[in-house]
Design a protein around this ligand. Sequence first.
Ligand code: NCD
Length: 494
Amino acid sequence: MRHVISITDFTATEIFEEILPGCRAQIAIAKKRQAGKKTWRQQRDRKATLLFLEPSIRTRGSYGEAARLLGWSCTEIIGAEATSLAKKESLANTARMLAGQGAGVLVIRTKIEGMQKFVAEILEKEGYSISVQNGGDGTNQHPTQTFLDLLTISEKLGRLADFKIGFFGDLKYGRTVHSLICALALCQNISLTLASDPETTLPNNYKKLFDQAVEGDSLESLFDCDIIYGSRLQEERFLGDQIALERASNRFRLTADTLGQFKNSVLIMHPMPFVKEFAVEIRHDPRLIVDQQAWFGMPTRMYLLQTGYDNRQEITALSAEIQSNDLQILKSVPLEEYLREREGRKNQHQFFRPITDNGMVIDHIPQGLGLIIRKYLVEQKLIGSGVKHLIEDVPSKNYEIKDVLVLSGSLISDEAMGAISSLAPQITFNLIQDGGFKKIKIQTPGIIRGLGKCPNSNCITNHDPEAGVKFVNQGNGYLNCWYCEKEFSLKEIF
Ligand code: NCD
């Protein structure tokens, strides 16, 4: 493990057989060192840099304490106003600077979603020896919190399988909830219950990780859970949507009364800060294990700092160039031969007619996608002034109905063809060029680069000029942004 960016980057084996045992092994060391029982070897040449552009007490504090318990040096930079970001320096250049100043591990907290992934990508590609760790990116992920949450569950419940867990409060914007649900989806026999207001329900991309998540709108639906996990209303994430904020009632509040209705053995967790979620009278109830949960942040981050540092030169998937497109030539003949062959066929569609000079016919486009592709080609100025003729709803042999796009006088690059193919792999390209005819199909790795725009205004691709757009095609009309991980339909992106 080098970087810690998103729980979705880890396999079950890595989380449960490497990382958690590693974190657990730090518990005794952290306890001893905190109790001042022993001095330990200082490693001041190892530096953690904490760049916290959003408020934090637990994550930043426990990383700082973890660094102290390891004998490292630690630089804390708190608030964008304390940095040259306030002078409009880019995030990329800020990160390069901190790496150059010797950070072995760079922990970032920000509201910009996908920033840590982008920073890890550029620093790794530029040869910096550094581990980048995500201390929370907007509403997206908070993976280090998840490791400490899992450690808490395994220490307090004694297992990481076979339990009922209920989440309550703001499940839409709570990033700790998102990360933890991604990890729980890798555990055996977990049942999930969700209690939130309609304005703060769990986004679909997380919900669909559990086939049978039960959804309710009150604490009652959680009464038979072994664990309940709260999330405060994330007011700062509503981005001025005052109406939604007022509607999100924030009425989830555990009192002595409600607690009496839960299982006696229930474990109540919360990443903190909590605001209204717990009545003062239950603050010291032994079922509320939030203080121990927060303490586990220190051994967890001791492990993450050390392991990230030890592997700070590892080559990860982030620096691997994306697999290139595989271009298959299905046919290549002189144009005359091709035209003769077509003459012989009956019931020809007319769309090849206008092309006798250089041009291209993009065929087998799934119905409805033709418009999106044409819009993209025009907007990206990938085609010149040639005729762009879209024929929609053409009956087809293989697909019931297809769209066909004719570019007369224009050819597009292999890259653009790859991008189009990654939207729908069945698309074929008929090229007429210099007296020859070629039929091409392209197999892509399903990654679309440089096309469209991420609709998420908090995505790094909308905040750093060096962060180009990149999407992962799910193949069902939906794409995920490579950086902010949010899911969008084709129409939203193009
Ligand atoms: C959370 C966060 O920042 O996402 N806190 C934490 O790191 N322990 C939760 C929150 O702010 O509600």
